[in-house]
Ligand binder design. Structure first.
Ligand code: 5GP
Length: 177
């Protein structure tokens, strides 16, 4: 699939994203009530979302970064999750918040949820995804927090890429047609 900037249609605008992120942060601020949170950002796709989200959180936050991959340079998942870099500090007893860009088949989310629970006894565990593509789900996972639904479209922008490009768009877009 070829994507050109000219073909892109805005799905969620910058304003919609920023408004929703503030709403999500408000919910989280209410849940954590000032307790420290370890925000684990799943690179590379969640980097813009995570940076905007954590700036709206009002408790002490430490940020960690992990890198997983399932897509390569295609628009359909390979169905296999690769832990490219998943070094994390001791998360025992911590409030852990995973920040993802999109839950599609759910394989990455499931991998991460299992990984955290197999390795740590965390105080609380929450999974937050900017986007939720429920229609393509292959395993039964639901984000605790998510920003927007996406139907069966391949989306780019605001951290999400096609072959490495488009991450810098301020909005979420899809290719028309
Ligand atoms: P899953 O493991 O849930 O199938 O896929 C998770 C990963 O696939 C996401 O973190 C994201 O990197 C990638 N992905 C899934 N759907 C899309 C999409 O519509 N656009 C882009 N750019 N990446 C996607």
């Amino acid at each position: 699939m070829e994507i050109n900037f000219e073909d892109l249609k805005v799905l969620y605008s910058e304003e919609q994203l920023q408004t929703r992120i503030k709403e999500l942060a408000k919910e989280m601020n209410g849940f954590y009530k000032g307790e420290e949170v370890i925000a684990v950002c799943a690179l590379k796709g969640a980097v813009l979302f995570a940076s905007d989200l954590v700036r709206e959180l009002d408790m002490p936050v430490k940020m960690e970064f992990i890198r997983l991959s399932s897509y390569g340079s295609s628009t359909t998942t390979s169905g296999k999750v690769n832990a490219v870099d998943i070094k994390l500090p001791d998360l025992n007893g911590k409030n852990v918040l995973i920040i993802e860009d999109i839950v599609d088949t759910g394989l990455t989310a499931k991998f991460l949820i299992d990984f955290i629970h197999m390795n740590f006894h965390v105080k609380t565990f929450k999974f937050c995804s900017l986007l939720d593509k429920k229609i393509t789900r292959k395993v039964d996972v639901k984000p605790d927090y998510y920003g927007f639904d996406v139907d069966d479209k391949f989306v780019v922008g605001y951290g999400l890429d096609y072959d490495g490009y488009y991450r810098n768009l301020k909005y979420i877009a899809y290719k028309e047609g």
